[in-house]
Design a protein around this ligand. Structure first.
Ligand code: PRT
Ligand code: ZN
Length: 221
């Protein structure tokens, strides 16, 4: 039998984590995050927090391991486009934090200053799904090389002529002599759920939380 407690998947540690915890605290949830635990119990509401890596959040929501989740839209869209099994997860609400852009960038020396210059070149990225969709939609024939991190180093070590990576302040691009010339996805943290039915009890908790999140977001605008 599935737990009667609403389970929310959150990033345990990283750029989404602190703002996700802060949002839930502003909604009145009382909980403590301790070192190694995967689950944190909310003391004053029938809610459990599942603390995981952000990449796992869409599939956890999709499979029912969590009822809802907070994740970067970039991760959600990438999972939807590239996961081996279909991801049943959709955006319920945009949360306004962890804003960033998925950008194409190249060095001035590369001669690449616009998307049309990418034909027959190689682009390094952690986002093959989103980038692949962009290239197809724009009829650009280019090769992709997937990297798990340090994408900004790819041009300087000769792996690729350009990159497709997340940008927030732009400092990382600048430090690596790269300039963004196109944004292919705007992203922020989003609240997601699946199409799976919830029990009436769970749904009531979910709706109450949703109203509170809505209130917190509106009051901070
Ligand atoms: O361990 P786990 O898998 O959970 O975390 P992670 O390392 O995969 O992700 P994390 O914590 O780095 O980022 C989580 C989410 O934060 C991302 O999926 C985005 O939705 C969001 N976010 C917002 C960012 C950035 N801003 C960002 N700047 N994620 C990554 N970056 C990277 C960027 O790629 C660049 O390399 O930060 C670097 C610095 O960016 P600049 O432009 O400020 O220099
Ligand atoms: Zn991750």
């Amino acid at each position: 039998m599935s737990s009667p407690r609403l389970r929310i998947a959150l990033q345990k540690k990283g750029r989404l984590a602190d703002d996700s915890y802060a949002l839930l605290k502003k909604c009145g949830l009382r909980f403590a995050i301790r070192g190694g635990g995967l689950l944190a119990r909310v003391k004053n509401m029938p809610i459990d927090l599942l603390l995981v890596r952000d990449d796992d959040i869409p599939s956890f929501v999709s499979t029912g391991a969590a009822d809802i989740g907070i994740v970067g839209e970039n991760v959600l869209v990438e999972e939807q486009l590239s996961a081996k099994t279909a991801i049943d997860a959709d955006i319920i609400m945009r949360l306004g934090f962890s804003r960033c852009r998925l950008c194409l960038a190249a060095s001035n020396k590369s001669g690449i200053t616009a998307a049309r210059d990418l034909t027959d070149t190689t682009i390094a990225t952690t986002y093959p799904g989103v980038l692949g969709r962009y290239l197809t939609q724009n009829n650009i024939r280019a090769k992709m090389v997937e990297m798990k991190g340090a994408v900004e180093l790819a041009p300087s070590i000769g792996i690729a002529e350009s990159i497709c990576d997340l940008v927030s302040s732009g400092a990382t691009l600048e430090a690596n002599g790269l300039t963004a010339f196109e944004t292919i996805l705007d992203s922020e943290a989003v609240l997601i759920n699946s199409s799976r039915e919830m029990s009436n009890e769970k749904r009531a908790v979910f709706e109450k939380l949703q109203r509170r999140i809505d209130g917190v977001i509106k009051s901070s605008e």
